[in-house]
Structures are given as structure tokens and as C-alpha cells.
Design a protein around this ligand. Structure first.
Ligand code: PMP
Length: 401
């Protein structure tokens, strides 16, 4: 039966982590995986999550029953408020529905699956070039073809707004446009508010459907509301859209798989119909979502004191990342490393697109035991006060030679 099954290539990121783990060099650095690490390079359990854990463990009513197909209703409602704002008109007018999903990946998948069934047949999705490696696979898996739009301008090490707008403008009407809500992965470059307005305008003119992916709310600026600005602006423009939320990074709940797919529609009736299809699709795929991570998030988002603590935890994480950006930038400046490095401090979120070439990345790995993806992306969270100088010296060497 399996004679003709071809071997699939290993996943790049997970493979990189495996090589890092197998490396016995004591000063090795893993800048591949997008997971927050503390200043000792250790995984970080957010203090607010520890509090929520303790509350949940003491709850005598806590059981292991199935959740509803669409997930915990107070979790999906709080997720909508988190991204759209508590005073969102769409929420007040009952035009918003959400389903709890298997983290952000599951939200992307459920949204993609819905569109493959109920959106214009043959519509393609426009993805930024580059984008999160999984986007293309997720949409292709449900039969939706992808088109790239320019995003990263390698020369200026910033956003290619003109290229992006041109492709969105020239795509057939009613295409689907995927936008990273904040902290673009992998470039760390987001449009400004003025640029977001131009993007929304073109999408409106062309009757495209917006598919927001929001995996880093709170990680871009450190402020949850600020990071939701683009999504809220689209709502204010009367646009309908999906937004995928992941609680992997901003709650540090990577393995718990807590996420949400929210639909902003134009009428309460449309919202109800969409939700009925979310439930129908979800039933045959996962039956019902996993409980634990969503219970933690549900508790925190619905409790003002815990929410405040969460914001403080986010400020701590994003603050450490910003400090590492500054430390890396000044170390490179001090070494006089050839090239411009301002983008290290101007880029935001967990990642930085360094501009290092594939060959330079390869030397970083073989000579310095520093692990990062071939496109030169580094996870800033992998840097700390003990290894940032070592990394800067390694970069300096590979750039010069
Ligand atoms: N979208 C983007 C852009 C991401 O970077 C990630 C995390 N790497 C995700 C979605 C989803 O991740 P998860 O399924 O772990 O929530």
C-alpha cells in the first residue's frame, strides 16, 4: 500500500530546533523558533498564567467533559472584544461570531476551509512575500490557490507599499487578501496607520475579502489596543473580514493550542449563518476544541485584575525584546560591522529580518553554532545579555568575510 508514498521534506523550523538540540557546543544559540525565552534562555511561564493555573486547579467544578463544538462562549466573546475593542459597533450590533480553534493554525485552517466552501469559487488568496511558511500550505490544502504580493523591499529593508498595493489592485475583484494584523512574520515590518488606510481603501474598491492573521497581539508595541489598530480600522470602514487569533505567543500557551476565528459580518443573520457553518465544519474536523488553554485565557480576559497583570507580563516580554534589539544594534555599531543595521531597532515584534544571506546563515551555523532560518530571520527572543555580544561578533565576521 505504501510503496508509492513519497517522503515529505522535514519542517524547516522544527528541523532547525532538532539540529540545535543535537549540537553539544556550549555557546550555541537558537534564533530559529518563534518562542519567547527569558534572559536565561529558558521558556517563560507568564505570572498571570501561573495565577490562572492555581485558580483552575482549585476549582472543584472543573471536569474533563467535552467543550461545545464552537468552544467556550465566554472565551470567543472575550476574544472578539480583545481584537475589536469593547466598544466595537459590530459587536454591539451582534454582527460578530467566533469559534474556538486549535491555536492560530487551526483558526487559519477553519477560515480557509469555510472560504473554500462558501466564498466565490476559484477565488485566490493573496499572501505577502515573504509570509509565515504555513500560510501557503494551509490554503493549498483546502484547494485555494495563492498569489504573492510584494512586501519586503530588500534594498530599503522595509515595506514595499507600492508593489503591495499594485498587486492587490490588479487582482481579480473579490479575491481574498491575507494581512498580518501586527508584528509581521517574518519581517518585523508593519504598515504605518496611513499605509493601512491606503490598503483598506484598495481592498474596499476591489471588493476583496480580508483575512487577518493575528498571532502577536501585545508583542508589537507591547500594547494590546495599539496592536489591534489595523483590524479596528477595517471594522470602522464597514468591511467584512475574518480574524485569526493565537494565544501561543502572547500568553506563552504554545502547546495548549488556544485560538479563535472571529468573523465580522454585515448583519446578525449573516453572523448566525456563518457560525452554524463554523460548527458544522469543526464537528467533522476536530469535533470540539481542547479545553485547558482556552480556560486559562477565558479566566484572564474576563477578570479585570488578571487582565491588568497580563498587560504587565506582555510589557515585560516586549520590553526585553526591545532591549535586545538595542543591544544587538549597538554591539554591531561598536564593531563597525559593514552595512546598515537601523532596521534591527525599527522592526517590531518577535522577529527581525536581518538581511543576512543564505551563505552567511550557513557559516553562522557551521562556524558559530548559531541557528536561524535561511532567509536571515532571527527570533529576538533567543538573544539575551549573555549571548548578544557573541552573536554580534559572529555576524560581524560573516559579513566581513
Ligand atoms: N500565524 C502566524 C503569522 C504565526 O507566526 C504563527 C505562529 N508561528 C501562527 C499563525 C500560528 O501559530 P499557532 O498555531 O502556534 O498559534
Amino acid at each position: 500500500v505504501f510503496q508509492s508514498t513519497p517522503r515529505a521534506p522535514p519542517d524547516v523550523i522544527f528541523n532547525l530546533t532538532a539540529s540545535y538540540k543535537a549540537d553539544t557546543f556550549k555557546d550555541k544559540i537558537n534564533l530559529g523558533v518563534g518562542a519567547y525565552r527569558d534572559n536565561d534562555g529558558k521558556p517563560f511561564v507568564l505570572p498571570v498564567v501561573k495565577k490562572a493555573d492555581a485558580i483552575l486547579h482549585q476549582d472543584p467544578a472543573l471536569d474533563h467533559e467535552y467543550l461545545p463544538i464552537g468552544g467556550i462562549p465566554t472565551f470567543t466573546a472575550a476574544s472578539a472584544r480583545l481584537i475589536l475593542g469593547a466598544d466595537s459597533s459590530a459587536i454591539k450590533e451582534k454582527r460578530v461570531v467566533g469559534a474556538q480553534t486549535i491555536s492560530g493554525t487551526g483558526a487559519n485552517h477553519l477560515g480557509a476551509l469555510f472560504l473554500s466552501r462558501f466564498y466565490h469559487p476559484g477565488a485566490k488568496i493573496l499572501l505577502s512575500n515573504p509570509t509565515w511558511a504555513n500560510h501557503k500550505a494551509i490554503f493549498n490544502n483546502v484547494g485555494i490557490e495563492t498569489i504573492d504580493y510584494p512586501y519586503w523591499d530588500a534594498k530599503k529593508r522595509g515595506l514595499d507599499l507600492e508593489g503591495m498595493l499594485n498587486v492587490i489592485k490588479s487582482a481579480p475583484e473579490k479575491s481574498i487578501v491575507l494581512l498580518h494584523a501586527c508584528a509581521h512574520n517574518p519581517t518585523g515590518v508593519d504598515p504605518t496607520q496611513e499605509q493601512w488606510k491606503q490598503i483598506a481603501e484598495v481592498i474596499k474598491q476591489k471588493n476583496h475579502f480580508t483575512f487577518f492573521d493575528c498571532a502577536y497581539q501585545g508583542f508589537a508595541s507591547g500594547n494590546l489596543d495599539k496592536d489591534a489598530w489595523a483590524v479596528r480600522y477595517f471594522e470602522s470602514q464597514g468591511l467584512e473580514f475574518f480574524v485569526c487569533q493565537s494565544y501561543a505567543k502572547n500568553f506563552g500557551l504554545y502547546g495548549e493550542r488556544a485560538g479563535c476565528l472571529t468573523a465580522v459580518t454585515s448583519t446578525p443573520d449573516a453572523a448566525n449563518r456563518v457560525f452554524s457553518q463554523f460548527e458544522k465544519l469543526q464537528r467533522s474536523e476536530i469535533s470540539n476544541p481542547p479545553a485547558y488553554g482556552a480556560r486559562v485565557v477565558n479566566l484572564v480576559l474576563n477578570d479585570p485584575t488578571l487582565s491588568k497583570q497580563w498587560q504587565d507580563d506582555l510589557t515585560e516580554m516586549s520590553g526585553r525584546i526591545i532591549a535586545m534589539r538595542k543591544a544587538l544594534y549597538s554591539a554591531l555599531k561598536k564593531l563597525g560591522t559593514p552595512g546598515t543595521w537601523e532596521h534591527i531597532v525599527t522592526q517590531i515584534g518577535m522577529f527581525s529580518f536581518t538581511g543576512l544571506t543564505k551563505e552567511q546563515v550557513s557559516v553562522l551555523k557551521s562556524k558559530y553554532h548559531v541557528y536561524l532560518t535561511d532567509n536571515g530571520r532571527i527570533s529576538m527572543a533567543g538573544l539575551n545579555t549573555s549571548n548578544v555580544e557573541y552573536f554580534a561578533k559572529a555576524v560581524d565576521d560573516v559579513v566581513r568575510n
